[in-house]
Write a protein that binds this ligand. Sequence first.
Ligand SMILES: [Zn+2]
Length: 149
Amino acid sequence: MEKEESVLMMVGVQDCVECPQCKFEQAHYEFQTRDFTETLFCPRCGYNMHSVAVVDRKREKIEGKPYFKKTKDGKIILRHYESKGYGSYAIYSPDGFGTIGCVPKDKVEQEKMIAKLKESRRHGYKVNLTLVDENNNVTEVFEDENKSQ
Ligand SMILES: [Zn+2]
């Protein structure tokens, strides 16, 4: 029990890892020791994965605090969610603020998004946009801002 307490007090772990989809070496990985969630996001192709600890709701009510389901040998059970990347975008406003996000799977939604990004460029925003085709090849559509900076 004491060992578990000390684990919970640790802060989240952040790291750069290789993207399992496009092999980009600077995918963002984060592990939250507080609730055992794990996330991986690739800013190049938009791939993302997260896993969450399975909560035992009944037990949680009885104990009055978060209670994670465990295997017989005491390991916390994690459920993994994975989304294929269809591309990603980053928009930088003229005063330097950036927003990043994923390209939607739906082709019609993609077109709408690209139209919006083009509009932003006309208003002086810098835009990076990549699209992923069905063979998982990544194409740079816009690259206004150098990502290595
Ligand atoms: Zn990737």
